[in-house]
Design a binder for this molecule. Structure first.
Ligand code: SAM
Length: 194
């Protein structure tokens, strides 16, 4: 128990430090709560062979929830822009493919993997989309649509809990929307289907 608390404090300190360096891109002052991670992990693909692409995994709180919910680590691909956080994730999840890079380059990054990945069953995104211009969010959504399997899901959270859609998702069908109060700050999880 004490070890868990110390690890959580270390992650919070690291996250806060990264936020001070780049608040716009980091998008939050604290890692996601286990409750937010669990709310996102409910929407994993049914097929255990499907890949899952995580965008902006940060310190790995949502990643841990995905694995806890049954996702095989070797089916997980994550793209994290911050090299310090990506290094930490590689240590924590040695069997996952953690890419240091820009989520907007996902098509190229997936094609460049040693075993290229053409399609994924779900995209789980923690990207702070509200900090990016709408045109950029739309461009990202287009890339996500292209990489998703038919009926694949996009799970995205937002700190604008009154909003009923995330940016750039007009071409997706909204499947579910849930507020997670136990998070700093509270967040709304949106689930979209291709
Ligand atoms: C709100 S934080 C994610 C928090 C994460 N769920 C956690 O618990 O630590 C957003 C993350 O997106 C990453 N990020 C921002 N822009 C990115 C981009 N263009 N490509 C990939 N990751 C990006 C940031 O570095 C940050 O780690």
């Amino acid at each position: 128990m004490a070890r868990k608390i110390i690890a959580a404090l270390a992650d919070s300190t690291l996250f806060l430090r990264e936020w001070i360096v780049n608040p716009q891109r980091t998008g939050s002052v604290a890692p996601s709560s286990p409750q937010l991670g669990a709310a996102m992990a409910r929407w994993l693909p049914r097929n255990p062979e499907s890949f899952v692409l995580e965008l902006g995994p940060g310190t790995g709180a949502v990643t841990a929830a995905l694995l806890k919910s049954g996702l095989r680590e070797d089916r997980l691909i994550a793209i994290e822009h911050n090299p310090t956080l990506a290094k930490l994730l590689r240590k924590r999840f040695p069997h996952a493919r953690i890419i240091t890079g820009d989520a907007w380059e996902m098509d190229t990054l997936l094609a460049e993997l040693s075993v290229p990945v053409e399609a994924v069953g779900a995209v789980i995104s923690s990207l702070p989309l509200l900090n990016f211009p709408k045109a950029q969010a739309d461009a990202l959504a287009e890339k996500i649509r292209a990489v998703l399997e038919p009926r694949g899901r996009l799970v995205q959270y937002s700190y604008h809990i009154v909003k009923d859609r995330s940016r750039g998702t007009d071409d997706f069908r909204l499947l579910a929307s849930q507020i997670v109060w136990w998070n700093l700050p509270p967040a709304r999880v949106h689930v979209f289907q291709k």
